[in-house]
Design a binder for this molecule. Structure first.
Ligand code: LLP
Length: 423
């Protein structure tokens, strides 16, 4: 479900025609539909209704302050993995008691700030981290609430680069060692064990790996309670996939996932935290890009667009599929051609779509790369000294530039010449 639809042959974001934004802001530009963000958050909240729950948006998926603010206003918490994300969440109005801090490598500064803010919980991933957090909490005269992230050793059946629940990955504490590490945690001052955390991967299009992981978690809750730990809550991470390719079957709906979570949590009498990122933001955003040139290669037909891998890295990095549409609809009977949509960056990997069936394209035509609201702008870089891509938020018939295009001269000015090269 999203709010990008054709009206009178033009693609709109909510009630705003995309050419209006493209002409005013320039391209490439990310455009987000606030109503879609809100709707996805609500769907998740509804899927967990009846359970004591907290939906913590995974800020890594989309860290724009306007996006965070819109979600905060609807009761979202935040899952953060760095000081930068923590400060953004707080500045956007997400109360610390709705913030969880994840990640395998939290710095002293990050732990310290989280403790000082009194965040809801730290998801701890190693024994050295436990000890460091314990020191930090003691030094501040506070108690930090913790869950241990366990690695349940299940195959997430997703792209290898975003599977995190296997024994060979760096994530979490092996579930077979969990009892020993919980015993260690219980002995440390300044910490209070609140629950268990698990996150097995991202873009999961099948519920079975979740089921396997949840079964291991349920088993562990029993064991840990026998050992005398008060396991009050489960953090089940994020990971539910979204539809990227209209030709593929739809992934399970949040309601199906919610039923699975309810089945796990109700008998255990625990509250639940979930950390969806992609599901909330993914289909709430598109990357709008303009055709610079078209050309016929020896073997293929190319549309060279002004967006590139530095603006949207997913296709180059994960061979990810993003559906590509023209902003101006063509009649159904217009001829279509297999077209490679490529960017200007000097790498063969700089390709948004291969052999896409598109109408004849001309210089200046606008295209959208869909499902780009999650892991899009946040992963953008200035590679090839291209300015960071701007972001626009739409709500009904209003729109606003929520991150302007990075000014080239400003960015260049960030580089400082050493004295021996300065003249
Ligand atoms: N919680 C933890 C601890 C995570 O590591 C992640 C994602 C999430 C929640 C949110 O997962 P989601 O609901 O969005 O699947 N850059 C990659 C995705 C990396 C995901 C990393 N962790 C991509 O573009 O596909």
């Amino acid at each position: 479900m999203n709010h990008f639809h054709y009206r009178g042959g033009i693609l709109f974001a909510e009630d705003v025609p995309l050419p209006v934004i493209a002409d005013a802001v320039g391209t490439p530009v990310y455009v987000y539909a606030q109503s879609t963000l809100e709707r996805h958050l609500t769907v998740f909240q509804e899927a967990l209704a009846g359970l004591d729950h907290l939906v913590c948006f995974a800020v890594k998926a989309n860290a724009n302050m306007a996006v965070l603010r819109a979600l905060a206003a609807r009761g979202a918490g935040a899952d953060v993995v760095s000081l930068g994300e923590l400060e953004r969440a707080v500045a956007a109005g997400i109360p610390p008691e709705r913030i969880v801090f994840s990640g395998v490598g939290k710095s002293l500064e990050e732990l310290s700030r989280g403790v000082a803010l009194g965040i809801h919980q730290f998801n701890v991933e190693s024994e050295p981290e436990l000890e460091r957090l314990s020191h930090m909490a003691q030094a501040q005269g506070r108690t930090a609430q913790i869950s241990l992230r366990v690695n349940p050793d299940v195959a997430a059946r997703t792209h290898a680069k975003i599977a995190t629940g296997g024994a060979e990955t760096k994530f979490g504490i092996p579930w077979t060692r969990a009892r020993a590490v919980y015993a260690h945690a219980a002995r440390l001052p300044g910490l209070e064990v609140a629950g268990i955390d698990v996150h097995i991967g991202s873009q999961l299009t099948d519920l079975e790996p979740f089921e396997q992981a949840f079964a291991r978690v349920a088993h562990l809750v029993g064991q840990l309670r026998e050992d005398g730990h008060q396991i009050r809550r489960l953090d089940l991470g994020g990971g539910l996939g979204i539809p990227y390719d209209p030709a593929e079957p739809e992934p399970p709906a949040p309601a199906d996932y919610g039923r699975l979570v309810q089945k796990l949590a109700k008998p255990l009498g625990v509250s639940v935290i979930v950390e969806p990122g992609r599901l909330i933001a993914g289909n709430a955003g598109v990357l709008v890009t303009r055709v610079l040139f078209t050309k016929e290669g020896e073997a293929r037909r190319f549309a060279v667009v002004d967006g590139a891998m530095n603006d949207l890295l997913r296709p180059a990095m994960y061979e990810a599929f993003h559906h590509i549409d023209t902003v101006r609809q063509t009649p159904d009977n217009a001829p279509r051609y297999d077209t490679d949509v490529v960017g200007p960056v000097c790498e063969t990997a700089d390709i948004f779509g291969r052999a896409r069936s598109l109408p004849a394209l001309a210089q200046g035509d606008l295209l959208v790369v869909r499902s780009a609201g999650a892991y899009g702008a946040v992963m953008a870089s200035t590679y090839n000294s291209r300015p960071l891509v701007p972001e626009v938020l739409v709500k009904d018939d209003q729109w606003h530039v929520v991150r302007p295009r990075l000014d080239e001269a400003f960015w260049r000015g960030m580089d400082k010449l050493p004295p021996w090269l300065a003249h």
